[in-house]
Design a protein around this ligand. Structure first.
Ligand code: GH3
Ligand code: MG
Ligand code: MG
Ligand code: MG
Length: 367
């Protein structure tokens, strides 16, 4: 160690009596902060560890750069003290590797350097180091800088959690937990854009609307209607595959984007939704007092399906329009059924329905 190092137990600035005694302080997190000391001098490392452990931190030591990088990659770390002079790598190289490996997580790094080494300190700060300690350092300074960094880290972590929560809320429908209208629009455009980039790979859209839902609200009340909407979201979520995107489009209207899916596949999915809707029942508590046994309510839905790309359907807007038109046709033709978009689509839908009609008996009455 050429850097005016002091031996353990003989700190330059701080006195042993300055150190806090008694039980470690309590931390806001569930665990004591985890500190990694990267230092090849054993005496320096042990001394730093002792000072930090005195603060109640959980301290690990890495004797070289490679071990430091491995540990940060493998073990949760809240703070790193990093010596500039290491046997295998320069401290700045290690810093670069650590900072690029922690992604959107903030892991503060305090550089350990000698006072005269201004250039490395400046370079280190420019490269993303968060602070530095110049040797010889005092116990109190180590403790104060560690505490300051951990405070900033706690705030950053909190900010990350809050941001993630807000991001989730901004795309979610509060009642059903599905994606909301705005996010649906974004995803539909994204999906069509992707399809255009990949040789116009097909994508389908299903629009779904509950039948006579106003009556359900009128008869059983709005909270009951809300339960039906949540139940519908469950039915839809359970019936789709991973890449499919489902959203609450509006009041009692739902939309599902099916990437890489042609008409036939989309019709099958829509039929499955409707069948499961028919099968699902919602218990009603007796409305007229204790003698009223209550009962159960079933709510059906109508669906419109359109596929991209066709001659008419060549944008997100036209895909939406055609699915919507198909939905209204399903309503007009009696509800509780699936219709598809253009006449050419429609004949395919009819062919599909005819095929289904020939299939072995099923309780399914749509198509
Ligand atoms: P149709 O079969 O033609 O679709 O008839 P409908 O009664 O379902 O259609 P209409 O558009 O007349 O009524 C939709 C109803 O959906 C009216 C509205 O009160 C209800 N609705 C919309 N959003 C919500 C909600 O968040 N909760 C509840 N409970 N009801 C809602
Ligand atoms: Mg060293
Ligand atoms: Mg409706
Ligand atoms: Mg509606």
């Amino acid at each position: 160690m050429s850097e005016s190092a002091r031996e353990p137990g003989a700190p330059a600035g701080g006195r042993e009596s300055d150190r806090k005694v008694g039980p470690p302080s309590t931390f806001p997190g569930a665990h004591p902060p985890r500190v990694l000391v990267v230092e090849d001098s054993r005496t320096q490392a042990e001394w730093l560890a002792r000072v930090l452990e005195g603060e109640g931190y959980h301290v690990q030591v890495a004797a070289d750069g490679r071990e430091a990088i491995r540990r940060v990659g493998a073990e949760p770390t809240d703070l790193v003290f990093l010596d500039m002079v290491l046997p295998d790598m320069h401290g700045l190289e290690v810093l670069r590797a650590l900072k690029s490996s922690c992604g959107d997580q903030f892991i503060p790094v305090i550089l350990l350097s000698v006072k005269s080494d201004l250039d490395s300190r400046v370079a280190g700060l420019r490269m993303g180091a968060d602070d530095f300690l110049a040797k010889p350092y005092a116990d109190a300074e180590i403790q104060a800088r560690a505490a300051a960094m951990l405070r900033i880290k706690a705030l950053q972590d909190q900010l990350r959690v809050t941001t993630a929560k807000l991001e989730r809320l901004s795309v979610t429908d509060g009642l059903t937990g599905l994606y909301n209208h705005l996010h649906f629009q974004d995803r539909l455009r994204e999906e069509i854009g992707r399809s255009q980039r990949y040789d116009n790979a097909p994508a389908s859209l299903i629009m779904l609307d509950l039948d006579h839902f106003k009556r359900v609200n009128d008869e059983y009340g709005h909270p009951f209607g809300d339960r039906v909407l949540r139940g519908t979201a469950e039915v839809i979520s359970a019936a789709i595959r991973g890449p499919d995107i489902c959203a609450r489009y509006g009041g009692e209207e739902f939309a599902v984007i099916l990437p890489n899916t042609r008409l036939r596949g989309a019709l099958a999915v829509a039929e499955r939704f409707l069948r499961r809707m028919r099968e699902k029942s919602y218990p009603v508590v007796g409305a007229s007092g204790a003698d009223d046994p209550g009962g159960e309510v079933r709510v059906t839905a109508s669906a419109g399906v359109a596929v991209y790309p066709t001659t008419e359907v060549n944008t997100a807007e036209t895909l939406l329009k055609y699915a919507d038109d198909a939905l209204y046709r399903a309503k007009r033709e009696g509800r509780d059924r699936v219709c598809s978009a253009s006449p050419s689509h429609y004949s395919a839908a009819s062919a599909y329905a005819a095929e289904r009609a020939k299939a072995p008996p099923s309780s399914d009455k749509s198509g």
